[in-house]
Design a binder for this molecule. Structure first.
Ligand SMILES: Nc1nc2c(c(=O)[nH]1)N[C@H]1C(S)=C(S)[C@@H](COP(=O)(O)O)O[C@H]1N2
Ligand SMILES: [Mo]
Length: 519
């Protein structure tokens, strides 16, 4: 390698540009190769997915509560900034010799290869994608670095050299753009969105009862009873939504069964499909948080599938695995319980499952937090014991069993507005799925936080014990600063505890309170 003299260093801007263009070439080459060996092997995706898996539970918890559904966007943006800085740094370190930059590229490439090897959803071949990145990045860096060197007069770029460098730089930029687009296009050939659109109408053999009018107080600020699909909360570890075509999908049921079953999409949709209204909740939901939603899920009773497979005595856990290698452990008895009505769902609110909610198929088990029940993009169910297998979040410190806790939330007032003193409407939701809500009580505290008496709220029409229930109350409120609290009572007679606990390891407890001002 040619070392330039001290006064023959590349201009800083040129050096930085060499680094950035090498990065672009590396990412594009990896993305293109990933189109053939698995979309998850695209280097940024693989590194991001590994970062998610290595994230400690408290940080995941923080990311979910701080950024919600945008947590992955924030991660990707953060990675983009880090990569860009690394590329500029690699360029600037290499103003004299390309060696430091090549070292940085090799280290980053090795990290990406390691990330791909640790992905549970990728084969060995997938390492070709980060390898392509490494090679393209190094070659581009070397070539552009050489072109940027002044040929004769040290310290200045001769016009011809400058032109040669600019042509090279333009070529790399254009080539990277084309390779990236080609990767996108080829990868999109296995198009899940097109497959979903082609599903058409799913025949409903047993529709859910219509939601009665007056089941929500949406005009007062509660959610609508059914959550539209695009407003349904979304939580998962998938950095890119797994794209599975219905025609490529199968579900295998194996393990402690008499007969192993493999079902495809056509076989599932041809069965008599049952529709059930179910409220789902995430264990990461803080008291008062948004990660609870309700939909009409359409599918096949999971219990029927298990009965056909023949569950052997001693089986305790259904260890389900998704397309992207996420795993989930669900109690066998909950799934076999006919009253609970667990589904292998393929439809949601009158449509095929949206891609981000698990297309082609997912599990839905009323009354259990999503991380122990609601596997999206499900490909495999192994009937096993608790001792034999630890699912994804269990090995990260969350509870083995996680029934949804009886909870309630105030949706109005929202605490930001100043309201006229006098009659104030308080409204919200309460849920105790599989049990049902029989009461909600609210309490108005003086601004001194001296607790007032609990008083009953009015409940909206009940829909099903597996769903949430809306409530409202009118309070007579003098001017000032106030705090209102709510607590649910479920059909077992249990009154929601006021003791505060954080979401980890098995769901938050405590009363939701809202502070507001009247004048
Ligand atoms: N494949 C897969 N399925 C998953 C998850 C995941 O990370 N990967 N997260 C679970 C969690 S924690 C919850 S709360 C629910 C959320 O389902 P939703 O995004 O459709 O609301 O999905 C569950 N199913
Ligand atoms: Mo969750």
């Amino acid at each position: 390698m040619t070392d330039l003299g001290d006064d023959a260093r590349l201009p800083a801007r040129t050096a930085a540009l060499v680094g950035v263009l090498a990065l672009a070439a590396a990412l594009a080459a990896g993305h293109l190769v990933a189109a053939f060996v698995g979309a998850g092997a695209s280097p940024v995706v693989a590194v991001g997915a590994t970062a998610i898996d290595l994230t400690p539970a408290w940080l995941k918890d923080f990311a979910v509560s701080a950024f919600g559904t945008y947590d992955k966007l924030v991660l990707l943006l953060g990675m983009a900034v880090v990569l860009l800085l690394a590329a500029i740094g690699a360029g600037l370190l290499s103003r004299r010799s390309p060696t430091p930059g090549l070292v940085v590229i090799t280290v980053l490439g090795a990290l990406a290869v390691a990330a791909v090897f640790t992905r549970p959803d990728l084969g060995q071949l997938a390492a070709l994608a980060p390898l392509a990145s490494l090679v393209a990045g190094a070659l581009t860096f070397r070539a552009l670095h050489r072109r940027a060197q002044p040929a004769t007069d040290p310290g200045t770029l001769e016009p011809t050299d400058r032109r040669g460098f600019l042509i090279g730089a333009g070529g790399v930029a254009a080539g990277a753009g084309l390779a990236g687009l080609a990767g996108q296009w080829i990868g999109g050939g296995r198009d899940a969105a097109g497959s979903r659109a082609a599903v058409g109408d799913l025949a409903v053999a047993d529709p859910a009862p219509a939601i009665p009018p007056g089941a929500d107080f949406a005009d007062l600020g509660t959610p609508t009873f059914l959550t539209p699909n695009d407003r349904f909360y979304r939580i998962d570890t998938a950095l890119v939504v797994p794209r599975v075509r219905a025609e490529d999908w199968t579900l295998r049921i194996s393990g402690m069964v008499d007969r192993e079953l493999t079902l495809d999409y056509a076989a599932i949709r041809a069965r008599p499909l049952v529709e059930r209204t179910i409220t789902m909740a995430c264990v990461s939901n803080d008291v008062g948080g948004p990660y609870v939603s309700t939909a009409n899920f359409l599918g096949v009773p999971l219990a029927d599938l298990l009965r056909e497979a023949g569950v052997r005595p001693g089986a305790e856990q259904l260890l389900s695995t998704s397309e992207d290698g996420w795993t989930c452990g669900t109690p066998v008895d909950a799934v076999l319980d006919p009253a609970r009505g667990a589904l292998l769902a393929i439809g949601m609110n009158g449509e095929p499952l949206p891609l981000e909610h698990g297309f082609p198929a997912r599990m839905v088990v009323p009354g259990l937090y999503g991380y122990v029940s609601a596997t999206k993009w499900v490909r495999d169910i192994e009937v096993t014991t608790w001792a034999a297998r630890d699912a994804y979040w269990l090995s990260r410190g969350w509870a083995e069993r996680a029934p949804v806790k009886t909870q309630s939330r105030i949706d109005t007032p929202d605490g930001s507005a100043t309201l006229p003193a006098g009659r104030v409407t308080v409204a919200g939701v309460a849920w105790a799925p599989t049990i049902g809500i029989t009461g909600v009580e609210i309490r108005l505290d003086r601004h001194s936080h001296e607790p007032g008496p609990w008083q009953p709220a009015e409940l909206a029409a009940a829909v099903h014990e597996n769903t949430w229930r809306m409530w409202r109350a009118e309070l007579d409120v003098p001017p000032g600063r106030h705090r209102v609290a709510c607590r649910a009572v479920d059909a077992t007679g249990y009154t929601q505890t006021g003791e505060r606990s954080s979401p980890a390891p098995d769901g938050a407890t405590g009363w939701h309170t809202v502070t507001f001002t009247t004048e």
